[in-house]
Design a protein around this ligand. Structure first.
Ligand SMILES: [Mn+2]
Length: 324
């Protein structure tokens, strides 16, 4: 069952400046060729502070402040086909049941000819969505942007917000860990054991510092190349806690010393403009933990840059970049 998406009405009407939310159309089913957005308001498996169930609504509200044009990219979204499929109605008290629901629903929304963007929700929702992508799309690559490895096992027989990528690589034959790239780890936020787990599995780790040193575009191109090699589709998972606490405090586990908001936008845009990216999630926004609304603005921007990346596919600029 779906709860229809709600966007605030635009505060003014100017035909020369159509709002982003005016091009997003509500729909009851996903469509081929475009971007489909779905909200998963679930935070029952978060290891730290709750609040991510409010993520989808806060992201949509923040999106209503945006235009549909990006000056730096000289890219307009007026012709983009973006559908909002609403929010899944998810059981909050039973993670295993919630995940079964999410996997079943996401399987309907994912397809080889479109891009599904999932609005979380805590980071645990990535697991059923990756499973659904594997079921629908076959051999997967995975690019994660996160301060944490999230390679834990189950706790008391249940997945948590810290286990999505660990459980995905251990349980899905379609996801070769050599096609998994994790970007953004930094500081005193991870254990030595999980760093070693990543290395033993063959996962590529790119630290926040490397993003600063190499630049987000170079990191994104290398990550996509690795994730897409031999894959039929690439899944992009964005935990907003990858971003420094100065920009994003409204997450369960805010991080000091993370990448900047701009670096995250450039990473997701550069990755999303590649054809094989057919599913993405943006998780962990907990709006009640940041009453300033700053974190929601960053989350909404990430979603918009993913939509922009899809809109830029096949453009001469993109072809030029791929040749170089
Ligand atoms: Mn995280």
């Amino acid at each position: 069952m779906r709860i229809p998406a709600r966007y605030p009405a635009p505060k003014y009407s100017d035909p020369e400046d159509l709002r982003l939310t005016q091009i997003i159309k509500p729909s009851t089913s996903a469509r081929r060729g475009g971007v489909n957005v779905v909200g998963v308001p679930f935070d029952g498996a978060v290891l730290g502070r709750r609040g991510a169930a409010g993520g989808p609504a806060a992201i949509r509200e923040a999106m209503s402040a945006f235009s549909n044009y990006n000056v730096e990219l000289a890219l307009g979204l007026e012709g983009a086909q973006v559908l909002d499929l609403g929010d899944l109605s998810v059981e909050q008290s039973d993670t295993l049941m919630a995940h079964r629901q999410i996997e079943a629903e996401a399987t309907e929304d994912i397809g080889p000819g479109s891009l599904l963007v999932v609005l979380g929700g805590d980071n645990s929702v990535s697991l059923p969505c990756i499973r659904a992508a594997s079921k629908r799309l076959g051999r997967l690559g995975l690019v994660v942007i996160d301060s944490h490895f999230d390679l834990r096992g189950e706790i008391d027989g249940k997945p948590t917000s810290g286990s999505s990528y660990g459980l995905a690589v251990r349980t899905l034959k379609s996801l070769d860990p050599r096609r998994v790239v994790e970007i953004g780890m930094h500081g005193f936020l991870n254990s030595k054991s999980y760093h070693e787990t990543a290395e033993e599995l063959g996962i590529t780790v790119v630290t926040a510092r490397e993003v600063y040193e190499k630049g987000p575009e170079a990191v994104a191109r290398q990550a996509y190349a690795k994730a897409s090699r031999g894959a039929e589709a690439v899944y992009l998972s964005v935990d907003l806690d990858a971003v420094d606490i100065a920009y994003v405090s409204g997450v369960s586990a805010p991080s000091a010393g993370g990448i900047s908001a701009d670096q995250l936008f450039r990473l997701v845009y550069e990755i999303s403009r590649n054809d094989k990216v057919k599913c993405a999630d943006v998780v962990e926004l907990a709006p009640t933990l940041d009453p300033s609304g700053r974190s929601a603005r960053v989350a909404a921007s990430v979603v918009t840059y993913i939509i922009a990346g899809h809109a830029a596919r096949g453009s001469s600029d993109a072809r030029k970049r791929r040749r170089s």
